[in-house]
Design a protein around this ligand. Structure first.
Ligand code: ATP
Ligand code: F1X
Length: 317
């Protein structure tokens, strides 16, 4: 089973405008409201493809009630931990030329009791052999030591841990030696403290992280594809999207695709990277933070690059 934990979920509102002009009143079209937060999206993507998964998340206030309702309507197996704090609401502004601007609220602090309840819930759900995906930002006031003890209680259940977070939370979680991390280029650059401008630089940074005790470093690079550094070596892959509509959540579908294949057969790292690229590309071709289903995932848009041009400058951020 793949269980996701989203400490800072959100209600994702996407608004479409012709062009984003600051300081004016803009009339938006096609507003959509979707359940959000990175772990939630991983479970949504798995569910859309018939793969069992449970999303564990705190929910509070009107936004939390709406988020729970949307997940229930979508048939997403969730375990809600009711909290007093209001769940945040994040806004995506999508322009006609494909530019995406995201406005993410910080979220609201969880109490010590909330964190204890979440940890207890996870202890009852997670069993040996499961994958637990801890994804997204942490709410304000969530300390590195709280994060470490949450992660340690998960690894104590002999689950494999995948982390997709950023900044201080990513640094803190590395101390607990997760099996896999899924940074994008910006997150990995921040982690190693230098810009990463080519595939060679990404590989060197991922290898550095692996030396710190992480088994698999799966780097998503937007339109530049992805790099996987694992005990088996380095793999580089690319994906093509004819009409990109929204990259929001592409990294979450990408991680979901990887885990589906890898949790089934840990020797098939090539297959897992191809699956990840196919799911990420499919998510990119959908609006808002929509997740792709089987009919949208097209493996012919994806390839592993056997002899990559290591010095090619990366184009995507
Ligand atoms: N423009 C694109 N063209 C082709 N593939 C893309 C494009 N953008 C994203 N992808 C695919 O989706 C994967 C994940 O994208 P990206 O690196 O942008 O994730 P991310 O930054 O973690 O996103 P998010 O945090 O919104 O989930 C990429 O590795 C790639 O396979
Ligand atoms: O603020 P965070 O936790 O870093 O990211 C949250 C978020 O931007 O990530 C998802 C897309 O990956 C969205 O559903 C959500 O709004």
């Amino acid at each position: 089973m793949i269980i996701t934990v989203t400490l800072n979920p959100s209600l994702d509102r996407t608004l479409h405008v012709e062009r984003l002009e600051r300081g004016t009143v803009l009339r938006t079209t096609e507003p959509t409201l979707e359940p959000g937060g990175k772990g939630v999206n991983v479970t949504r993507a798995l569910t859309a493809n018939g793969i069992p998964s449970i999303a564990v998340l705190p929910v509070g206030g009107g936004e939390g009630a709406e988020l729970s309702r949307l997940l229930e309507i979508a048939g997403v197996h969730s375990h809600f931990v009711p909290v007093a704090a209001r769940t945040r609401s994040n806004i995506t502004v999508a322009e006609t030329d494909g530019t995406i601007t995201k406005l993410n609220e910080p979220g609201f602090a969880l109490t010590d009791d909330d964190v204890e309840t979440l940890t207890r819930v996870l202890r009852t759900i997670v069993t040996a052999g499961d994958w637990v995906v801890l994804s997204g930002s942490v709410p304000p006031g969530f300390t590195p030591s709280q994060l470490r003890s949450l992660i340690e209680s998960l690894t104590a259940s002999e689950a494999s841990l995948a982390i997709d977070t950023s900044g201080d939370a990513l640094v803190a979680s590395l101390a607990a030696r997760p099996r896999l991390i899924k940074p994008n280029r910006t997150e990995l650059a921040e982690l190693v403290g230098r810009p990463l401008d080519s595939i060679a630089e990404v590989i060197a940074a991922a290898e550095e992280v692996r030396e710190g005790g992480v088994e698999l470093v799966l780097v998503s690079l937007g339109a530049d594809g992805a790099v996987l550094v694992s005990p088996g070596g380095v793999l580089v892959g690319e994906s093509r999207v004819d009409t990109p509509r929204s990259t929001v959540g592409a990294g979450d579908s990408f991680l979901a695709g990887f885990l589906v294949r890898f949790s089934h057969n840990e020797n098939d790292v090539e297959g897992a990277l191809v699956e990840a690229l196919a799911w990420g590309a499919a998510a990119t071709s959908l609006p808002g933070s929509a997740v792709p289903g089987p009919t949208e995932i097209d493996h012919t848009n994806v390839q592993l690059v056997l002899r990559p041009d290591l010095d090619r400058p990366l184009v995507a951020n």
